[in-house]
Design a protein around this ligand. Sequence first.
Ligand SMILES: Cc1cc2nc3c(=O)[nH]c(=O)nc-3n(C[C@H](O)[C@H](O)[C@H](O)COP(=O)(O)OP(=O)(O)OC[C@H]3O[C@@H](n4cnc5c(N)ncnc54)[C@H](O)[C@@H]3O)c2cc1C
Length: 301
Amino acid sequence: MKAAPFAYVRPGTVQDVVAELARDGAKVLAGGQSLVPVLAMRLGRPSTLVDINAVPELDRLSRDNGSIRVGATVRQRRLQRDDLSASVPLLRLALPWIGHREIRSRGTVCGSIAHADPAAELPAVASCLDATMLLTSTRGQRQIAAAEFFTGALTTVIEPDELLTEVLFPVAGPGEGFGFGEFARRHGDFALAGAAVRVRTTGDALQARVTCFGISDQPVTADVTAQLRAALAEVGPSPTGSQLRRGLAERADEVAADVVDTSGDGHASTAYRRRLVAGLLAREVSRAYLTSTSASEVSAS
Ligand SMILES: Cc1cc2nc3c(=O)[nH]c(=O)nc-3n(C[C@H](O)[C@H](O)[C@H](O)COP(=O)(O)OP(=O)(O)OC[C@H]3O[C@@H](n4cnc5c(N)ncnc54)[C@H](O)[C@@H]3O)c2cc1C
């Protein structure tokens, strides 16, 4: 099947992009890795494609005020390979899981977040870190926190006339540790289930949160501080990875039962996804905790 006819424009400034998006039926074209298949299958029929790749200011990748700022045309592979991403370790852990190198070379970070596939890695990372999205239209700019951004499968708060100009990922602070894992049938496939984890240990304070993906119509974030605290009370404050995983196992089952709310599909049943999520949670929360304690030792010395 071929795409339905559409007009194609390639503006050179953000101002011109948003002027084009203000017209009925216009759609942003970034890396095209999700949009082009949608067009080819005629699942979407935009009247105009607004190609944003000729706008120099959208290609910026920078560090500013405790965040990494990723512009709308920055490719996933560029972020993966840039030294800046080392200051957001969760991105470093997650990016290699996206499709294949060729996909990451064309696909943009903002495009993945705007597309909001429930099984995609970057929306989960954005949710776990509470990243900020910057939206621009002819009406002005607005900033949206990840917790308010994703509203359902392939759906966000982006209005048809808005461009996601930048995503701001907070850089990791002292005493923070991260974990990321997913299960897919083959490497490069979308995940059947996955989990992104951030643990913060500063002095006596402990905070652990997990964002699961592939298990609902959007990323689901849960606070698992109580579960981690209870497991540590059982296994002691300086456990090995396997001791902590065992301590977390039953508690991870309970969290998985809460967060997995897909009714199952041709790829996996609900029960199977719950088992996957429980295993991922125990493993990645444990990994994130152990990294966070070594990160706080380093920052204290
Ligand atoms: C074979 C294959 C395997 C893949 N595997 C994975 C995977 O494992 N994990 C994963 O996460 N993804 C995967 N992808 C998708 C890939 O990551 C895409 O690059 C990404 O989802 C979309 O980014 P893009 O830049 O290509 O956006 P496009 O395809 O150009 O656009 C996607 C959608 O987002 C909108 N959009 C894009 N940018 C903006 C913006 N700045 N502002 C507003 N709206 C915007 C477009 O209008 C369109 O609706 C795969 C793709 C393929 C073809």
